[in-house]
Write a protein of this length. Structure first.
Length: 281
């Protein structure tokens, strides 16, 4: 569609995460550095939180790619409201145990044997649970059982819990205080600031061969930040709508008039939150 009109190699603002190099803004770089540090320390539980659309999945994929040559065995689960009775079995399956009984204690024993074997051969098991805010309290309490497993004097298993902001508050509740006591790091992925929003947009465009077509006026970036709140998913949505509008109207320049037309329509269609500050257009 508009990528052909603007002679781009592909859609620069697709909403699903892709494999192209991420835009490493300050919060992103800080989060990734802390994740790598926590992994190499090998202690306890790490929380990685952030608002929906801030790029947690992209960060996670980048992190996993960065450790592909390290002696780490990763089980990567996406929580889709897993029941407590299923969680331990799914974790065991993720670490390569295919023959599973219905006896939880037996599954944990098999898992302990499997993970201990990895540690004895110099490999460290890492469990990553994405969308962890969807786990039930009883499911999260099952993780306490896994954190009791030891290899020498260290935790046998390291766990990264990835989720929205509410995950942190969930773990602070009374029922989960023992689990939270084993959290060694809380990493929050923040939205982009105003200057980073423009850099992010240009980065995405350059990844697909942008040659200043369309031309983007500097004045539009603060407005996009204002309506997107600096959330990459919303920035992508706005920019995708801008390019679609441009293709339809055969526009090769976007300034205040064009961006305001697009944002007005998106606001009327309730596609965006309220702007951070009121702007008279």
């Amino acid at each position: 569609m508009y990528e052909q009109f603007y002679h781009l190699k592909e859609d620069p603002f697709r909403l699903s995460p892709n494999t192209k190099p991420c835009y490493k803004h300050a919060s992103y770089s800080h989060a990734k550095t802390y994740m790598l540090y926590a992994l190499r320390r090998g202690e306890g539980i790490v929380l990685v939180t952030g608002r929906s659309g801030t790029g947690k999945t992209a960060l996670l994929r980048d992190f996993i790619h960065s450790i592909k040559n390290e002696p780490v065995v990763t089980a990567d689960l996406v929580s889709t409201q897993l029941q407590a009775t299923d969680l331990i079995r799914m974790i065991a399956f993720g670490f390569g145990i295919s023959q599973l009984t219905n006896d939880e204690a037996e599954v944990i024993s098999e898992l302990e044997t499997q993970l201990s074997g990895m540690r004895n051969f110099g490999r460290r098991p890492l469990l990553i649970i994405d969308e962890a805010q969807n786990l039930e309290t009883e499911s999260l309490r099952k993780i306490e059982l896994l954190m009791r497993l030891r290899w020498k004097s260290e935790p046998l298993l390291q766990i990264f819990l990835i989720g929205r902001d509410g995950l942190h508050e969930l773990l602070l509740t009374e029922k989960l205080k023992q689990l939270y006591a084993q959290v060694n790091a809380v990493i929050c992925l923040e939205p982009l600031d105003e200057s980073s929003t423009g850099e992010y947009i240009r980065h995405r465009l350059k990844q697909v061969g942008w040659n200043n077509d369309p031309q983007l006026a500097d004045e539009i970036y603060p407005i996009i930040f204002n309506y997107s709140h600096g959330i990459p998913r919303l920035i992508n949505l706005i920019c995708s709508q801008i390019l679609l509008f441009g293709m339809t109207e055969e526009q090769h320049f976007f300034g205040l008039n064009e961006i305001n037309l697009v944002l007005r329509q998106m606001t009327n269609d309730q596609m965006l939150p309220s702007p951070l500050r009121h702007v008279t257009s």
